[in-house]
Write a protein that binds this ligand. Structure first.
Ligand SMILES: [Zn+2]
Length: 236
C-alpha cells in the first residue's frame, strides 16, 4: 500500500556529522518506500535526486548517473509522490520562494515541494566521495565541487522539516536539483530565478529508519558531539 502521507527517512543528519558515512541501506530497499526523494551515497558520494522512481546521482565530478539498486546510502529521504498544484511561480529567487511557501503553509509540519520548469542563475554542489576511515561531515563536505548554469530546464525538489527536527533531519528547507537533460544537478546552494508550476505535498508522518545493523552507529557515543547542532547549521 502506497501511503502518500509518509516521509520515510533513512539515517539522521546527526549521524553524518561525526563521519558515520558508511552506506547502511541499499537503494533497492529505499525505493520500496517511495518514488521521489533526495539523499547522498556512501562516503557522501554525490547528491541523489529520485524522480518517478529513478535514483539519479550527481557525482562530485558533475556527471549524473543512475544509482544501482545494490549501491548503499548513509542518508536519504523518500516518499510516494502525490503533489498538488499550488500556483505558478515567475522569476522568484529561492529565498523568496521559501518565504512565499511559508506565508501559505505552517512551518510546524513536514512537506515536499516540486517545481518543474525554467530556472536561471542556478548554483549547486556535489561532494566528492570519500573512503574509510571517514572524516567528519564538515571535513568531507569541504571536498566538493560547485556547478553553475545561467539558464536551465529541470526539476527542483525540496523537503521541509520543522526547526524542532534539525539534527534528526535537515531543519528548514533542503533542495536538490536535476536538469531535464540530466547533465547538471546537485544540492542547491542558490537560484536567482524560478519559473514554473509550484506543486506541493503535505507529509503528516515521519518514518525514521535507523541503521541498527551497523555496529559503528550502534556503538557511537553521540554525547561527545555536544556542538552537533552548530556543526549541522554550518554544514547546511
Ligand atoms: Zn542535500
Amino acid at each position: 500500500m502506497k501511503n502518500t502521507n509518509i516521509l520515510y527517512q533513512h539515517g539522521t543528519l546527526a549521524l553524518l556529522v561525526p563521519g558515520l558515512l558508511k552506506g547502511t541501506l541499499t537503494m533497492g530497499e529505499l525505493l520500496k518506500h517511495g518514488d521521489t526523494g533526495i539523499g547522498t551515497g556512501e562516503g557522501l558520494d554525490g547528491e541523489l535526486v529520485i524522480l518517478d522512481g529513478v535514483p539519479y546521482q550527481v557525482l562530485g565530478t558533475g556527471e549524473v548517473r543512475i544509482m544501482k539498486n545494490e549501491a548503499t546510502i548513509p542518508f536519504g529521504n523518500i516518499h510516494w509522490a502525490d503533489f498538488k498544484p499550488a500556483g505558478d511561480i515567475k522569476k522568484l529567487a529561492l529565498p523568496k520562494l521559501e518565504e512565499h511557501i511559508l506565508k501559505n503553509h505552517s512551518a510546524n509540519s513536514f512537506f515536499s515541494v516540486k517545481i518543474k520548469g525554467h530556472f536561471s542563475g542556478v548554483t549547486t554542489r556535489a561532494v566528492i566521495k570519500s573512503n574509510p576511515p571517514y572524516k567528519t561531515l564538515a571535513q568531507t563536505a569541504s571536498d566538493q565541487r560547485i556547478f553553475e548554469r545561467d539558464t536551465v530546464e529541470g526539476t527542483l525538489l525540496g523537503y521541509f522539516a520543522p526547526a524542532l527536527f534539525a539534527g534528526a533531519a535537515v531543519g528548514g528547507f533542503h533542495w536538490h536539483f536535476l536538469a531535464a537533460d540530466h547533465n547538471f544537478g546537485g544540492h542547491v546552494l542558490s537560484i536567482d530565478g524560478i519559473n514554473g508550476q509550484l506543486t506541493f505535498q503535505d507529509l503528516s508522518s515521519l518514518d525514521l529508519h535507523l541503521p541498527t545493523d551497523d555496529a559503528d552507529f550502534m556503538n557511537h557515543d553521540f554525547n561527545k558531539e555536544s556542538d552537533i547542532l552548530k556543526v549541522i547549521s554550518e554544514a547546511e
